[in-house]
Design a protein around this ligand. Structure first.
Ligand code: UGA
Length: 438
């Protein structure tokens, strides 16, 4: 049985630990002791469907947690590095990953073993060969003798992280030598007996694949949001119908064509920006990506204009926000459209009441008492002058509209995710406004 160490227990690292722990010997490491003590109780410190189920299953099979990398945790066949690579002043911040690699190098220089260090964190092209490898070399460590170094970007989505980890659509492995790549391929073939699609390449290509993948999806979203904005000016059009039909073209595909308030989360905004900055640094001006980013930022303004045009003034108005998470099935509000929209609405004088099935605690850390967070969607809607839906939670899809109409001071619905039926709502006497559904 292989021994695996996973350093950095965020969405990627923890999902991987929870899954691999059901198959093999795993130690998860995170420098945040508070998180470790929560995990040791079989609990997750963030909401992610099915994560605790796998966590408990793995812990029963011996999954262990540590709050620092030690020579013991490092005596593994594979050391997956899954620490965060945030953005700082529009550039990727590699401090976490450099610290981890330094620590690994220090420990490795005192023992005789040759683990495969697998970089799963999203890193700008060239990081593995030009930044990580030199750190290991500075400690006198030799590749293929003291360590192997591989890249293995992750494609899981928050909200379906466990599903995506258990059933990855592809596994990409970058490396500079066939033998260590094969070792990881064999490991994955044991973990995934159904034989997943495994693509082998070099480190820098694997790094670019990750950015290209996220940037392409972000491009699709900005594209459909542009079409939605066009529809907004063309009475009778419906962006959902357009997305449905173009999505039938297998060359386009039907996913990531839902118009909305723009993409958020901890990945797309950060990765598109990091790729733009990286491209500029190597002398290429990525006009398309600049436009993708700009279109996404403008989408917030489009949503605000929808509200302003219909309510005229926001001064003293009570607006209900349903959903603060950046998407459904997560309590993550990082870069969520709700953040800038709520800020703008309060600046314009509106009072905000909000509800999210899972993201209330995280919303409280950002907004404190500046907005009123309620325990149910109905409590949030009471006396509202307008309802703005921002996250497409299942629980929001079929409310009792009769009840809403009675509860609201002004029955107007701004459907930021196009989840309601406009015809039905208009028949019921609501003023309904969707995105690109004129
Ligand atoms: C994204 C990628 O989809 C993953 O493949 C990748 O591994 C991950 O980033 C990462 O780099 O770690 P994630 O950010 O978790 O995953 O969530 P997505 O489901 O991609 O959603 C991103 C944003 O796009 C959300 O704000 C979502 O609401 C928005 N979106 C998505 C739409 O507005 N419309 C759609 O049709 C789909």
């Amino acid at each position: 049985m292989n021994k695996v160490t996973i350093i950095g227990l965020g969405y990627v690292g923890l999902s991987l630990a929870a899954f691999l722990g059901t198959k093999t010997n795993v130690v998860g490491v995170d420098s945040n002791s508070e998180r470790i003590s929560i995990l040791e109780r079989g609990k997750s410190y963030f909401y992610e469907p099915k994560l605790e189920y796998y966590l408990k299953k793995s812990m029963n099979k011996g999954l262990k947690f540590e709050h620092e990398v030690s020579s013991n945790t490092l005596s593994s066949d594979f050391v997956f590095v899954t620490v965060g690579t945030p953005i700082n002043n529009d550039k990727i911040d590699l401090r976490n990953i450099k610290n981890v690699i330094q620590k690994i190098s220090e420990l490795l220089s005192n023992v005789k073993q040759c683990p495969s260090i697998v970089i799963k964190s999203t890193v700008i092209p060239g990081t593995t060969d030009q930044i990580i490898k030199p750190i290991l070399s500075e400690y006198g460590l030799k590749e293929y003798i003291d360590f192997n170094l591989l890249t293995n970007p992750e494609f899981l989505k928050e909200g379906s992280a466990m599903h995506d980890t258990v059933f990855p659509h592809v596994i990409v492995i970058g490396g500079s030598n066939e033998k260590p790549i094969k070792k990881l391929v064999n490991f994955y073939n044991c973990v995934y007996p159904k034989k997943q699609k495994i693509i082998q390449t070099n480190n820098i290509t694997a790094e670019v694949i990750k950015y290209a993948n996220n940037s392409f999806l972000a491009t699709k979203l900005s594209f459909i949001n542009s079409i939605a904005n066009l529809c907004q000016r063309l009475p009778g059009t419906n962006v959902d119908k357009i997305a449905e039909v173009i999505g039938m073209d297998p060359r386009i595909g039907n996913q990531f064509l839902r118009a909305g308030p723009g993409y958020g989360g901890s990945c797309f905004p950060k990765d598109v920006q990091a790729l733009i900055s990286f491209a500029n640094s190597v002398g290429y001006k990525p006009d398309l990506l600049d436009a993708v980013k700009r279109t996404n930022l403008d989408q917030i303004t489009s949503v605000l204009n929808l509200i302003k045009n219909n309510l005229k003034t926001l001064e003293g108005k009570r607006i209900t926000i349903l959903g603060s998470a950046f998407k459904e099935n997560t309590d993550d509000i990082r870069e969520a459209p709700a953040l800038s929209i709520i800020d703008a609405l309060t600046t314009l004088g509106a009072t905000i009441t909000a509800y999210d099935p899972e993201a209330m605690a995280t919303a409280r850390t950002i907004f404190g008492d500046a907005i009123q967070l309620e325990k149910t969607n109905y409590a949030a809607i009471e006396n509202a002058d307008g309802l703005l839906l921002l996250t497409e939670w299942q629980a929001f899809r079929n409310p009792n509209f009769e009840r809403l109409k009675i509860m609201m001071r002004n029955p107007v619905i701004f459907d930021g995710r196009n989840i309601f039926d406009p015809v039905h709502l208009r028949q019921m006497g609501f003023n309904y406004y969707g995105i690109g559904r004129k």
